[in-house]
Design a protein around this ligand. Sequence first.
Ligand code: ZN
Length: 529
Amino acid sequence: MARDSGVCGDLELDNHFVGASRTKSLNSLVTDSAAGATAYATGLRTWNHVVAEVPVEERNMEHMHTGEGMGNMNHSSKGKQSHLKPVGTILEGAQLAGMRTGIVTTTRVTHATPASFSSHVADREDENEIAREQVISLELNVLLGGGLSRFVNSSVVGSTRDDTLDLLMIAGNRGYEIAFDANELQERVETLTTTGTTSSPSTPNPHPFVHTKNGPRLLGLFSDSHLPYEIDVHGGLKAFNNSQTPHNDTSHETPSLAQMLDAALKTLDAKWSDTDTINDNGFILVVEAGRIDHASHANDASAVLGEVCAYDRAFQRAIEYALERDDTLVVATSDHDTGGLSVGCCDEYGMHVDRVVEVTQSAEFVASQIVSRIFSEIGSDAEALNSSSAVASVTAIVVDSLTNANRDPNDETSKISSEDISTLVTSAINASLTGESATHSYEGYELQNKLGEVMNAPNLIGWTSHAHTGVDVPVFAFGAQSHSFHGSHANFQIGRAMIDLMDVDPEHGYMVFRDRLGLVNPSFDEPDR
Ligand SMILES: [Zn+2]
């Protein structure tokens, strides 16, 4: 759809299409992101919701190490009790082999996909533990995305931790340059790539002479939760017209995926010191456009297109990098489909690109606008929200908010019925009463999903689900050994192929790095290496 609608010009991805990935997990034809990413990160299939751990039946217990990280006995397979056993990831193998490593995402860095490359938990919801492992266990050179609230201790306003761990301070002590917006990201990369020292004012308690053995370290957390959608940053899809790449400057605060990828490549490629040979071992960088999935959960075609365009721009940057050398492999794929999008629907031959492009805000943004206006204009207590006057006020807010997103309910061609508006009003009042707009799961919530459906109506784009689907996803590859990915492969085979091509030992890497999790005082871990 992104290609043939012409919304963001020709796609670089199309030049490198090589095959398909079959995405099922160990316990479902429809995977979630944790099992999907675990297959790519470890070369092994696991159950949905499990991050870089695999079930092992009880009769095999004597072959397993005991103690830490064993998971719970709360899963069963065919009536047998199973334990979850952590398994090494390609990033852990790469670190052990002296390669530099990085993760870039538009979601929280603790979300299932980045987590599956950098932590081991039985339940993807355990994002506080995921953050702890990312900072304390691993030596990632680059970690960029959202999710700041998991890295500050529970006494800080906005923190979602339930302990006193200050992961920002620990990261600072371990030599990380830390950035909180697009400009700071640029500054930190300049510091890391020009001086090779760490003395950033952003690190709360910096060791000015930290010189890490494995090269520069960069941590960027640009939002408490996920990064905003491209169409919300740029007021729609027009910023991608004529193959342009929108640049996020000071006024946007959050960097785009392409900007984060660029910062990551510069950091991973930086010459760290005159005696630096580490850099010659190469690097592995995982880049996720994670919000394509979120927009698809909401059946929000305009937001999906913006994220796909941004992903293609980042992919283009990766290809440019790989073209300059003969030792770099770029593989792009997805852990699963979401939403079951079809170009055309409803017994008609066609799709209205212009109607997709004209939308200026995502369903997520419209939903948050509606809820915050309800709070400020009506209040949050049940009595006010259930009052007879509330319905009229909320109706006005809903109509106004849709109009702001360029979906005027009074315009017949918007195909928004009065029943749609009353459903939205009920959902908006529910969302305000329950607070689900702040706490919703990755499947989204009623108001957002209903807005997605309503705003999608004139597009003639079909959706089959607000969840994932089990169809095969495309694989794109370029550069060294890219022929290994031609054809149809199971997701875990693609993970296995990447591990084999890099010739790394994930299991040994995990065994080495997990020991750090028991550190009594991680704040002062390895100050000078
Ligand atoms: Zn999803």
